[in-house]
Design a protein around this ligand. Sequence first.
Ligand code: FAD
Length: 477
Amino acid sequence: MKIDKLQMNRRSLLKAAAAVGATSTLSLAGCSDNKAEFAMPALKGAIGKDGQRVQPWQNWSGNQFCEHNELLVPKNTDDVISMVKATKQHIRLVGSGHSFSGLVPTNESLMSLAYFNGLSNIDTQTKQFDVAANTVLAAAGEVLWQGGLSLRNMPDINTQTFAGAIATSTHGTGMNFGSMSDDVVELSLVNGLGEAITCSKNENEDLFNAARTNIGSLGVITNIRMQAQEKYFLKETTWMMSLEEGLANAEKLRDKHRNFEMYALPHADYILGIALDEVSENELLTQKTNNGDAYETFRTLSKVIDAVPFLRSFIVNTGARTVEKEERTGKNFEIFGNLRDIRFNEMEYSVPAEHGMACLKEILDTIKKQNIDVIFPMEVRYIKADNIWLSPFYQRDSCAISCHNFHDKDYKKYFAAIEPIFWKYNGRPHWGKTHTLTAKEQRARYPMFDEFLKVRQAMDPKAIFTNSHINTVLGLS
Ligand SMILES: Cc1cc2nc3c(=O)[nH]c(=O)nc-3n(C[C@H](O)[C@H](O)[C@H](O)COP(=O)(O)OP(=O)(O)OC[C@H]3O[C@@H](n4cnc5c(N)ncnc54)[C@H](O)[C@@H]3O)c2cc1C
């Protein structure tokens, strides 16, 4: 969600919440988090080869963690090659740790490419650039801008690494844009035999088709060449619609705007529309908006609702009704990148674009009917089809629907109630987000699943780059 679209409404939403809280004579101080129940176990860290404890790892939301016995931090590609050749253990790669699924945890070796940073070879003719694998998306914006270029699209936040984002087909929204994996032109990796290989459409094409969404199972990505475009400014417009209007007009709005997405509010009769369009420099607004995490509003509302759950729908609807249309402008990367201070867990599936609204409606109806305890907005986005073997958007224009709940709330019950609805619409889960599918179901969703496994076997015959989650989702022993 864009920072200001709800943050700017925070005051009115909070006013509504506070009013309800006051009339029910319950104060926020009286509401408690159920933190203890969902707290991470206390981790000490495994004892490493040198007899010292290794700092344990956890992901952004805290739902994934591990006590690996070794942290590998190569300084260059030669180091990667010698570490891979020398290992007697499994290795899992970690980027920014922003995946909610079990892609990273291992009790053996964790490898970070923290030294692989920065952009190079920015080419204004081809509009392409090289990026070292562990560079975070946020680092690209201004550097590319100085070279006259920008990323074509961006996800909701900008703190993922390029290699991590590509590993899971991380995406933004916009019917004319694929995921970040679709903008990869060339990849360099070190495979499980310690060989450095480059792949592109013209060189090692099968590897290229597999490696652009690789879930860290083919080897160590060291460098990526990306397609960009000429730099551009964006105007963001945010407005609240009735749910009925949003469901009816979503596809028209999707086709009208450069980027369009919606935030559906559980238990409410409203939906927030967010549209981005290119503008020229002289159309920029002078007023600047402030930063913050829009989800904070929902955190506060959620605490009020914990105390008066029977007023959930009333509170959310009252808040939503006060939301006014807002506009902001800026360099594209200033508009795309959001701050996320409020931690949550997330499940996301992509369904065929034409079924998106039916699927969304069924989810919202189910939340109401089963009185599921959630008010966290659901994000609804559109993504163009691609030809990447394990991409959720493989040969299919898609509508991605994301369900969230606060990190210390029971997200599992909520997701378990919703996941079968995604299956009904032939949904494919985001590889980096919570889901319960195994290789059997994934194979049925991906026509090139077995081709991917063949490439994986060739790249990593000793199955170095695996953990129990990879074994489950790819069907490895
Ligand atoms: C707040 C938040 C917002 C998000 N918003 C979006 C969004 O808008 N759109 C979206 O699609 N997703 C979104 N995500 C999901 C996120 O983009 C993906 O899970 C992404 O893969 C995380 O990248 P990372 O750098 O944190 O990698 P990690 O989560 O650390 O790792 C992801 C995968 O990449 C592999 N990997 C990392 N580095 C390498 C390397 N050098 N070589 C080989 N493999 C490697 C890992 O082994 C793992 O399999 C969001 C997540 C959070 C927490």
